[in-house]
Design a protein around this ligand. Structure first.
Ligand SMILES: Nc1ncnc2c1ncn2[C@@H]1O[C@H](COP(=O)(O)OP(=O)(O)OP(=O)(O)O)[C@@H](O)[C@H]1O
Length: 360
C-alpha cells in the first residue's frame, strides 16, 4: 500500500489516537438538473477503538460518508479531499491512492462494512459456511484457521456455529442472518467495522440484543466501530461519541453523554425533541418542521437556517465553523448558547439511563 510521508500515529488535542482522518472530503454527482453535492467539505477524525455513532435524517449523507471512508462512492460520484488511514502497525497512507487490488485488501482486512439488508448481502444459493470459506480463499487466508475464528465469532454472537454454517441464508431468521453477516465481516480481523443501519429491518428486541452483542465484541476484540443510524436512542446505548449530520455535513460532534444531556446545535436539540419517547404522550413529540435540503440547492450560510427558530441575517449569509462547546464537543452554530436556553427537550427514560451511566 502507498505509504505517505506522515507519522504513523496522529494525536488530537486530547491525546486520543486517530485511526482515520477525513480531510475536506466532498462528493458530487453531475445530474441533468445540476451539480448535486451530497457530501460537503467534511473533516472528521475517527479515534482508535471508539464506537462512533453517526445520526441524522434520511438523505443527510450518512451512507455517503461511509462509502467515502473506503473510497467506495458509486459512479458517477466524484470524491475529492483526502482519507488518511493510520494502521496500528505500519505507515500511514491515503485510501484514495490505493489501486484496485490494494482497495480489495483494505476493504475486508482493515475496514469491513455491514449493510442493512443481510439478505441482499448473502448469495441465496450458497450456504453461510460457503460464504465464510470463499472469503478466506479470496484473501489467501488459511481456511482451517479462519473457520475456527469464524466459529468463535458466531458463538460470540450467540449463534450455534454448526447449525448456522450449514444453513442457507433463507433458513435463518432476520436477526440470525444479520448476526451471521456481522461475524462474516469480522472474519479477517479488520480494525474497523462500519455498520449502516444494521438493525433497521429487525424488531426492537432484536435491535437491542444486537447492540449489546456489538458492545461485547467491541470489548473483546477492541474493534473501532462506526454505527450509522437515524435512530438516536438506539445508538446512544452503544456509542462513545456521536456525530450528527445535517445537509451533507457534520454539525455537532462530541461525547455521547454530553450530547444527549445538553446538545448544543439547534438541529440536534430538535432531533432529540422529535425522538419517540415511550414514556411521554404523543402530543409531546415535536417533529422537525420543514424539509431537509435538496443537494442540488443547499441554502446559503448555515444550511439549517431555513428551519431554525434562532436564525438571523448572519446565519443566512455565513456558514458557521465549528465552535468549541467543551472538551471534544463542538457545534457548527453561532448561537449554540442561546439554543441551549431556548430549545428545550426532555430525555426519555432510556436516554436518562445512558446519560447517568458513569462509564460515558
Ligand atoms: N448514486 C447516487 N446518485 C446521485 N445522488 C445520490 C446517489 N446516492 C445517494 N445520493 C444522494 O446523496 C444524498 C445522501 O444520501 P445518503 O444515502 O448518504 O443519505 P443517508 O443519510 O444515508 O440516508 P438514509 O438514512 O435514507 O440511508 C441523498 O440526497 C441522496 O439522494
Amino acid at each position: 500500500m502507498t505509504a505517505r510521508n506522515e507519522t504513523s500515529l496522529s494525536l488530537d488535542a486530547g491525546g486520543t489516537e486517530t485511526l482515520i482522518e477525513v480531510r475536506n472530503a466532498s462528493v458530487t454527482f453531475d445530474m441533468d438538473r445540476g451539480r448535486s453535492k451530497v457530501m460537503d467539505d467534511v473533516t472528521m477524525d475517527i479515534h482508535r477503538e471508539e464506537i462512533l455513532g453517526i445520526v441524522g435524517e434520511s438523505g443527510s449523507g450518512k451512507s455517503m460518508f461511509a462509502s467515502a471512508l473506503m473510497d467506495a462512492v458509486v459512479d458517477p460520484g466524484v470524491l475529492t479531499g483526502d482519507v488518511i488511514y493510520h494502521p496500528p502497525d505500519g505507515d500511514s497512507f491515503s485510501v484514495l491512492d490505493l489501486d484496485d487490488e490494494e482497495l480489495k485488501e483494505f476493504r475486508w482486512e482493515e475496514i469491513s462494512m455491514v449493510f442493512q439488508g443481510a439478505m441482499d448481502s448473502f448469495n441465496p444459493t450458497m450456504s453461510i459456511g460457503g460464504h465464510f470459506e470463499e472469503t478466506l480463499r479470496a484473501h489467501d487466508y488459511n481456511v482451517a484457521d479462519g473457520m475456527d475464528h469464524g466459529r468463535q465469532l458466531l458463538a460470540d454472537l450467540y449463534l450455534d456455529p454448526d447449525r448456522v454454517l450449514d444453513s442457507y441464508p433463507h433458513e435463518l431468521s432476520g436477526g440470525m442472518q444479520q448476526r451471521a453477516l456481522i461475524a462474516l465481516s469480522l472474519l479477517l480481523k479488520p480494525n474497523v467495522l462500519v455498520m449502516d443501519e444494521p438493525t433497521a429491518a429487525l424488531d426492537l428486541l432484536m435491535q437491542r440484543s444486537i447492540t449489546s452483542l456489538l458492545a461485547n465484541l467491541h470489548e473483546e476484540y477492541g474493534i473501532t466501530m462506526i454505527f450509522i443510524t437515524h435512530d438516536l436512542p438506539l445508538v446512544a446505548d452503544l456509542a462513545d461519541r456521536l456525530a450528527v449530520m445535517y445537509a451533507f455535513e457534520f454539525i455537532e460532534v462530541g461525547p455521547c453523554y454530553d450530547i444527549l444531556k445538553d446538545a448544543a446545535h439547534p438541529y440536534t436539540r430538535a432531533l432529540l425533541k422529535a425522538v419517540p419517547n415511550l414514556s411521554s404522550a404523543l402530543e409531546e413529540m415535536e417533529p422537525i418542521e420543514g424539509d431537509s435540503p435538496d443537494p442540488v440547492d443547499v441554502p446559503s450560510g448555515c444550511s439549517y437556517h431555513v428551519r431554525c427558530p434562532l436564525a438571523d441575517e448572519q446565519c443566512r449569509s455565513t456558514d458557521p465553523g465549528f465552535e468549541r462547546v467543551s472538551d471534544g464537543h463542538e457545534a457548527a452554530c453561532f448561537y449554540w448558547e442561546d439554543a441551549r436556553e431556548e430549545i428545550t427537550y426532555t430525555l426519555s427514560d432510556r436516554e436518562q439511563e445512558v446519560t447517568f451511566d458513569e462509564r460515558r
